[in-house]
Write a protein that binds this ligand. Structure first.
Ligand code: NAD
Length: 337
């Protein structure tokens, strides 16, 4: 069955890793029709807006998108495009898996799925300065909002995902000891939802700082984590680091009827245009997309080829200890299909 999806090649290394991913998907026989659209600096240059209406229209039509990293233009008037996309399509669940595949790293048995609430918390953009006397920026405040609705749906998503993937345990990560109301509500709702799954999934609670420490000392004890927006943002980069870095970690942004899949890393301006970027994160994001549209068998075949190539360590990119460029690594993965 043909999959109609929006493709946003993005900025910096985006177009290079997108091309590599398209080559891999074609070689694997994935049947896509891609609607290529612009966002980020590429869109500013072409049409004067970082998030053109045509791009939003395309996603409204296809309801599924693969997105490479975007550069948010620095300066007033532009909010983060990634944040804008999450809000526009109410992509409330950010799912970031981190699994040990690359050999020779400090950790061997990491297999964590981090589920981050993606639309609330401190990232709602409600911030202001407070003037005192002559100083218009004497103080600043950023407001964190947790709603029962938002907390219920993210916890239910995390537990349902754990059941679907045959996972054993969900850890509720919070800071309710200090932020008694917002984090307290998030934790209380998590406890309620956990009861619905009590016969299938074990539950535990961790304060976020202790969780961060244990993710470094004993990451193998974690299975599925669920947490609020800011903590999830930070901890998911940490879990990426446990398994070999940002070049390997995909992220799914899931809403009720739309989903956007992406690499968690940025545009890597330091290596853009050199043809040496690691395309794995976008390739794995494409696998998440395939899972999402019911093509899990194909996703597994592609993932296996990627993992075999990474395990062998013969033809891998510089960020994971090799010397291959993007094209050579992609060829090696294709040869493994
Ligand atoms: P970055 O992730 O782009 O780079 C951090 C480091 O990781 C760099 O040394 C880079 O070379 C390396 N790296 C990242 N991805 C790699 C890959 N695939 N292969 C090899 N090495 C890789 O983070 P940054 O430098 O903080 O941000 C650069 C730009 O990206 C900024 O404009 C930021 O706003 C944007 N950004 C976008 C997204 C997104 O679109 N999802 C996410 C984060 C940052």
């Amino acid at each position: 069955m043909t999959i109609h999806a929006t493709l946003i090649p993005g900025d910096g290394i985006g177009p290079e890793i997108t091309d590599a991913t398209m080559r891999l998907l074609a070689a694997a026989g994935a049947d896509f029709t891609w609607d290529r659209q612009l966002a980020g600096m590429a869109a500013v240059t072409a049409v004067g807006s970082p998030l053109p209406e045509a791009t939003l229209d395309s996603i409204r039509r296809t309801r599924v998108a693969l997105k490479s990293p975007l550069e948010t233009p620095v300066g007033k008037g532009f909010r983060s495009i990634n944040l804008a996309l999450r809000m526009e399509f109410d992509l409330y669940a950010n799912v970031r898996p981190a699994r040990s595949v690359v050999p020779g790293l400090r950790y061997k048995d990491v297999d964590i799925i981090l589920v981050r609430e993606n639309t609330e918390g401190l990232y709602i953009g409600v911030e202001n300065y407070i003037r005192i006397g002559d100083d218009p920026r004497a103080a600043a405040q950023s407001i964190a909002v947790v709603t029962r609705f938002g907390a219920e749906r993210i916890h239910r998503y995390a537990f349902a995902l754990a059941v679907r993937l045959g996972r054993k345990k969900v850890t509720l990560v919070h800071k309710a000891n200090i932020l008694k109301l917002s984090q307290g509500l998030f934790l209380d709702v998590g406890r309620e939802i956990a009861k619905e799954f009590a016969d299938r999934i074990a539950v535990e609670e961790r304060i976020v700082d202790a969780c961060a420490m244990e993710l470094v000392t004993r990451p193998e004890r974690y299975d599925v984590l669920v947490t609020t927006n800011l903590f999830g943002d930070i901890l998911s980069d940490l879990t990426s680091g446990l398994v070999g870095g940002l070049g390997l970690t995909p992220g799914a942004n899931i809403g009720k009827d739309t989903a956007i899949f992406e690499a968690v890393h940025g545009t890597a301006p330091d290596i853009a245009g050199k043809g040496v970027a690691n395309p794995t994160a976008v390739m794995l994001a494409a696998c998440q997309l395939l899972d999402h549209v019911g093509q899990g068998a194909l996703a597994t075949r592609i993932r296996n080829a990627i993992e075999a190539t990474l395990r062998e360590q013969k033809t891998v990119t510089r960020d994971v200890g090799g010397s291959a460029n993007t094209a050579a690594y992609t060829d090696a993965v294709i040869a493994r299909l």
